[in-house]
Design a protein around this ligand. Structure first.
Ligand code: FAD
Length: 366
């Protein structure tokens, strides 16, 4: 195997790929994935880029959108409608206005017309804004092209292990001159041979999504905010649906097995706001492992002099990972400080998940 790398990144999901892209502008980079680039959780995502995020994450999300636009990523801006209560609508409006993101209140009939859905429920306030969908499948090819033109090397379908601060691929060892960055998503603790809890009290759980036959065209992204369920247009009569249900798993591979019947919980949440969902037919379900820290903040920084971690994105990786990749790259290349609150070995009580309150950045008070 060729040597001479400044940085070696393990894991080519949204996190590792964008970090490789940033670092390869001025350094020699090797990116390794045991599957295809942008497979893992990234390849199974519902592709939503939303700004209805905890306040501390919004600036990262805006920066990520800028980065997607800079590289010509297949990002489609799309109206999103949030069915929520009055208190939350006010809260979201205030947050979105403070970062100059256009958002406005719709009546139920306007929201029905815009979304193409028959909306019901008397207590909802409908908040519209502009979200985006990222075509992850197309981004993979663009990423290979961009990385190759920056002279980065990519190894796909090869598993990497770490031993004594060296990387083992098959029978060969390789060592970078500057740093190893583990961006292995839910596999990160396994790559490092440590317990998930040791990384900021993190835990591994299953993120799930489903395809449903809606029988009509959904024209916007739609969220039932009170149950946390979302709907994304798929083809002319189908939609992708999901929610933030948290099912802990003991090893990442279990994260690929969808929970039987979980689609019905999502449909139940959505059916409080959307009449059409009552007749929807579930088609397929899929799942992948996600990782969340005990306090909900991402996990970014070094755990030894030359070994870095870049993970902990819960269900918002597409929105915040590119911005954090730029931040980590500025730290590695220019010595810029990283915020202490995302330091990987911070002491945090492990995340226990619902029904308790969500961890800190997700506490909207809604
Ligand atoms: C069903 C579902 C819906 C979601 N919807 C959204 C959404 O709409 N919007 C959003 O922002 N987020 C969403 N998410 C969450 C988002 O997908 C994650 O936050 C994000 O993809 C995490 O990216 P990552 O790069 O950290 O991890 P991953 O994408 O999992 O990448 C880690 C990579 O590391 C590789 N790897 C692991 N071990 C090794 C090893 N030993 N050697 C080499 N390579 C290795 C894996 O093959 C993988 O490619 C969703 C997730 C799922 C599963």
């Amino acid at each position: 195997m060729k040597g001479g790398y400044d940085y070696i990144i393990i894991g080519g999901g949204i996190a590792g790929s964008f970090l490789a892209l940033e670092l390869s502008k001025s350094s020699k980079v090797l990116l390794i994935d045991k599957g295809p680039l942008l497979g893992g959780a990234t390849g199974s995502s519902a592709e939503i880029i939303t700004l209805q995020l905890p306040k501390p994450f919004i600036n990262w999300a805006l920066e990520s959108i800028k980065i997607y636009e800079e590289i010509g990523a297949p990002l489609k801006r799309m109206e999103a409608i949030l069915a929520t209560n009055e208190k939350c609508a006010e809260r979201y409006l205030k947050i979105l206005n403070s970062v100059n993101v256009k958002s406005w209140i719709l009546t139920r009939s306007e929201a029905s017309r815009e979304s193409g859905l028959t909306l019901k429920g008397s207590n909802y306030v409908y908040l519209a804004t502009l979200d985006a969908l990222l075509e992850v499948g197309k981004l993979g090819n663009l990423m290979r092209l961009l990385l190759t033109s920056n002279n980065a090397d990519i190894i796909e379908y090869k598993e990497a292990k770490i031993k004594d601060e060296k990387i083992k691929i098959g029978e060969e060892f390789i060592e970078p001159t500057q740093a190893i960055i583990v961006a292995g998503g839910a596999w990160t603790p396994y790559i490092l041979n440590i317990k998930a809890e040791e990384l900021a009290g993190s835990r591994i759980y299953k993120c799930e999504a489903h395809s449903i036959d809606l029988g009509k065209k959904l024209k916007t992204i739609f969220y039932e905010d009170l149950s946390g369920a979302y709907m994304v247009p798929e083809s002319s009569k189908t939609a992708t649906v999901g929610d933030g249900t948290n099912v802990a798993i003991s090893k990442p591979e279990d994260g690929f097995v969808p929970t039987p019947g979980s689609v019905y919980e999502v449909l139940e949440g959505l059916s409080r706001a959307v009449a059409d969902v009552e007749n929807a037919i579930p088609r397929t379900s899929w799942a992948a492992p996600c990782l969340i820290s005990g306090d909900g903040w991402p996990i970014v920084g070094n755990i030894s002099e030359r070994t870095y971690i870049f993970t902990g994105f819960d269900g918002v990786g597409l929105m915040i990972a590119p911005a954090l990749a730029r931040m980590l790259s500025a730290h590695l290349l220019k010595g810029r400080k990283l915020p202490q609150k995302i330091y990987p070995l911070r002491k945090v009580k492990p995340w226990e998940g619902p029904p308790k309150e969500p961890p800190e950045p997700y506490r909207f008070g809604c």
